[in-house]
Design a protein around this ligand. Structure first.
Ligand SMILES: Nc1nc2c(ncn2[C@@H]2O[C@H](COP(=O)(O)OP(=O)(O)OP(=O)(O)O)[C@@H](O)[C@H]2O)c(=O)[nH]1
Length: 519
């Protein structure tokens, strides 16, 4: 009996603390901050006279100069690193130098090095090079741009960063002075956890209708790693056993290890305990309680990604750490929007990675969407500005802007993201209409620190969680929902277009709990 008392006081003590945390406004969206100060990787810029708006926009940005030339130095360092892949032995025989497979099937996804996302992040030397070490290195060589049929490619850019255009004198004077912006705090988060399972490499060509029969089974199959852990664990704990202190503790451990977080774990245990203590409960009953508590947590955040007709165009900014799935997700969304009859334009704002630009061009070809590109190393904010201008001129419905992956604790890279937001607001102060954070489910609890840091920099309006098929850590979506008020638009449960599913809380909860039916 004393054991029972000890467990419950621990449980409810934890629950009260968790409730207090949520109630006391720790949901981070309430604490979102504005954009931060500039970075200066385009300080050498020289802009053509005929592009006055862009020059004005970037000149205003440049007038905020004062920061070190951090990004450029980072780029220079990246250029200085040999392009030899460390994991060459693991690549498929037909992979190209960037690790992507050459895929003929138009529904198949470009498959990069689908090894664990976080090791990939760690291999991304741009993020790893301290800026002080890069001084004096040569500027990155600009790779020749490959123009795919159907692409709209904005004007040619100079061949190196130091050749980039200078601001046009006087233009900036016509613009409102930039407001003083708070510096974003540098959050010293730990490096992402190593994912437990690499994402699969298979590419499955599938139809594009999200509502066709089999939607739930696709979701259930995609989430099988998470559901097997939970469902199998529940069966192991509750088969022919009473619900008592011991089984509840085992369940608590299971839920925590499945990344659901303490607040949700506490609620689930409380709901299960009510009226059932000291009685036999079946694993099915436990799964039902688990699913309904998870659904209750997630339902308020289920929100479709809507393109509003009043926005011309509707601008979607895609953000996230390296390898989270931003570019691929943009491609899948482009397909979905095009299927809905929307005109789509893509901006290849990941100007750090040639493969990301090419990857987006491939998606542009497949979906008929023009792709605005710049050479590797170009100013991403200038590219975003150009793309929005062109999208307006062409009456495009949706402009999606890709961005380079960045670790959330690299201040200068996060500042570049803030700059993109500021610059596009000069053309449309309501843009971006959606700033989406793409989260890789395999990083588990690290997703929480990513959500916090990106919210502070880019005022994140929605989440897309990818790679749920590659991990048993899908429960982290529940922990995110407990901590942040950020709507969830889509989840990725595989590599095909169809595997990017509109988020439905109830179905997700049932699939997570290992319930095999949709009803
Ligand atoms: N299994 C699986 N793989 C996915 C999913 N979403 C994306 N991927 C794969 O994840 C890998 C990385 O995706 P990218 O779109 O290149 O990631 P990114 O965020 O643009 O990467 P950076 O440009 O480095 O920042 C690719 O191989 C994608 O096919 C998913 O839901 N499931």
């Amino acid at each position: 009996m004393s054991e029972k008392k000890g467990f419950f006081s621990r449980l409810f003590g934890a629950r009260d603390a968790a409730d207090d945390e949520v109630k006391s406004g720790q949901k981070t969206s309430e604490g979102r901050q504005g954009v931060t100060d500039r970075d200066a990787h385009d300080v050498d810029a020289e802009r053509p006279d005929d592009d006055k708006e862009k020059a004005a926009a970037t000149a205003v940005e440049d007038s905020e100069a004062g920061a070190a030339v951090t990004l450029r130095e980072g780029l220079e360092a990246e250029a200085a690193v040999p392009v030899q892949r460390e994991d060459a032995d693991n690549l498929a025989p037909n992979a190209n130098v960037d690790g992507y497979l050459e895929i003929d099937d138009e529904n198949a996804m470009p498959v990069a090095d689908t090894g664990p996302a976080v090791p990939d992040v760690e291999a991304r030397h741009l993020n790893d090079v301290p800026v002080t070490e890069t001084e004096g290195d040569v500027a990155p060589e600009i790779k020749e741009r490959r123009t795919a049929p159907g692409d709209t490619v904005a004007e040619e850019q100079p061949a190196s960063i130091s050749d980039m255009p200078e601001p046009v004198d006087g233009i900036a004077d016509d613009l409102p002075a930039p407001e003083a912006e708070p510096r974003s705090p540098v959050i010293d988060y730990p490096e992402p956890d190593v994912p437990d399972t690499p994402a699969p490499r298979s590419a499955q060509p599938t139809p594009t209708s999200a509502k066709k029969p089999g939607f739930f089974s696709r979701l259930r199959d995609g989430m099988s790693k998470s559901s097997e852990k939970l469902s199998g664990g529940v069966s192991a704990i509750f088969t022919k056993r009473k619900l008592d202190d011991e089984t509840l503790e085992e369940l608590e451990d299971l839920l925590i290890s499945a990344d659901l977080g303490l607040p949700a774990t506490t609620r689930i245990i409380k709901a299960l305990s009510e009226g059932r203590y000291d009685k036999n409960v079946s694993p099915e009953e436990v799964r039902d309680v688990l699913a309904s508590e998870v659904a209750r947590t997630l339902e308020p955040l289920q929100r479709p990604l809507e393109v509003k007709a009043g926005n011309a165009p509707h601008v979607i900014l895609m953000t996230g750490v390296n390898g989270a799935g931003k570019t691929t997700t943009i491609g899948k969304l482009a397909r979905k929007f095009a299927d809905d009859g929307k005109s789509v334009m893509l901006a290849a704002g990941d100007t750090f990675r040639a493969a990301a630009i090419e990857q987006l061009q491939v998606w542009g070809e497949r979906t008929g969407a023009p792709v605005i590109t710049r050479p590797v190393g170009s100013d991403a904010a200038g590219l975003a500005f150009d793309a929005l201008k062109e999208a307006k001129e062409k009456n495009i419905d949706v402009l999606m802007i890709d961005t380079a992956g960045r670790l959330q604790n690299r201040r200068e890279l996060m500042d570049e993201l803030a700059k993109i937001v500021r610059v596009i607001k000069k053309l449309d102060e309501t843009a971006p209409h959606d700033a989406i954070l793409v989260l890789d489910a395999t990083v588990g609890q690290n997703a929480l620190s990513q959500a916090e840091a990106f919210s502070q920099t880019a005022n994140i309006t929605g989440l897309i969680m990818t790679k749920l098929d590659g991990t048993a850590r899908g429960g982290v979506l529940v922990a995110l929902a407990d901590k942040f008020d950020i709507p969830i638009h889509y989840i990725g449960v595989g590599e095909s277009v169809e595997d990017l599913q509109p988020f439905e809380a109830r179905r997700f909860a049932r699939a997570l709990a290992g319930i095999t039916t949709d009803q």
